[in-house]
Design a protein around this ligand. Structure first.
Ligand code: NAP
Length: 267
């Protein structure tokens, strides 16, 4: 089993990463930074976003495991004190069964950003947002190549199902089970008057649909893809759709999505 560990960089996470390497060496797991089979993220859900983008080119060939240094997270099944149990599972030793993890796959968001200066492609695990730098943004939203609405306001958030519990939730978006292949459009403080009319409700688009966001004035924008910020002053449009790629998580024990939601927000 080839593995790699990414930690959040705080003393507790660094310490846990060191402990993980020690336990892994005792169980003949091989540290491999180039082509790991399992990538372990130690920290929080934010650390998983970093791990995902670090290994974005190898997404089809590996699975992620999250260890949370605080409460359990949406991308983290394990807590700090369970580290040696996790390594035992990975090494397949002792009485622990099953040794082979169940691979759970979550949908991702595919983005094509068209600027006057060129086009780039991206993938998001949580969400894409578009916001104004100097004030409100003016954008046109098309769904399946038909104009849907003209938006003026703080911005727009397009999230994946697993990202629906993050920024999207703060915007009043619905929480979506990651087995549903969809993207969600949520408004960030829209202005509604006779000129600018928006739906107001979050929208869910299925996998075979797409939406395009057109910049409709000269404006400095801040685009975000998960934790990454991209300032843009020559945006033409952004195409958003559910990606054909998926992220894989190695599940050594069940932790249903709705249990995570309940534990994160209610108990
Ligand atoms: P951060 O601002 O340091 O942390 C954002 C918070 O979001 C952390 O508490 C993080 O959990 C949590 N989080 C990340 N992914 C999540 C998910 N899928 N479901 C539920 N909670 C989640 O930023 P960061 O750590 O670099 O993470 C970037 C993310 O922050 C973005 O993808 C966006 O979703 C979120 N964000 C939220 C708002 C908002 O709600 N108003 C505004 C901007 C950005 P951990 O503590 O476990 O890492």
């Amino acid at each position: 089993m080839r593995y790699y560990v990414l930690d959040r960089g705080d003393p507790l996470s660094i310490n846990l990463a060191e402990k993980f390497h020690k336990l892994a060496a005792e169980r003949d797991l091989q540290l491999d930074a180039k082509s790991p089979e399992i990538v372990i993220s130690i920290g929080g859900d934010g650390t998983m976003l970093h791990a995902f983008h670090t290994f974005i080119d190898q997404i089809p060939n590996l699975a992620f495991v999250g260890v949370h240094t605080g409460h359990l997270g949406f991308y983290a099944d394990w807590q700090a004190e369970e580290l040696s149990t996790l390594v035992d599972y990975m090494a397949g030793i002792g009485d622990i069964k099953p040794h082979k993890p169940r691979i759970v796959q979550y949908p991702l968001l595919e983005l094509e950003i068209h600027k006057k200066s060129g086009t780039t492609s991206h993938i998001a695990l949580n969400e894409f947002t578009l916001k104004g730098v100097d004030g409100t943004v003016v954008i046109q939203i098309d769904i399946n190549d038909v104009t849907f609405e003209m938006f003026r306001g703080d911005g727009i958030c397009i999230s994946t199902p697993s990202g629906s519990t993050a920024y999207n939730k703060s915007l009043g978006g619905a929480m979506v089970h990651p087995s549903i292949e969809a993207l969600q459009i949520a408004e960030i403080a829209s202005i509604n008057n006779r000129v600018f009319r928006t739906m107001g409700s979050p929208l869910l688009l299925p996998k075979h649909h797409h939406c395009d966001i057109f910049s409709r004035k000269e404006q400095r924008l801040l685009l975000t893809i998960d934790h990454n910020n991209i300032p843009v002053d020559d945006l033409i449009s952004v195409r958003c759709q559910v990606s054909d790629k998926k992220i894989s998580f190695a599940r050594y024990r069940p932790f249903p999505f709705w249990n995570r939601v309940r534990e994160a927000f209610l108990v």
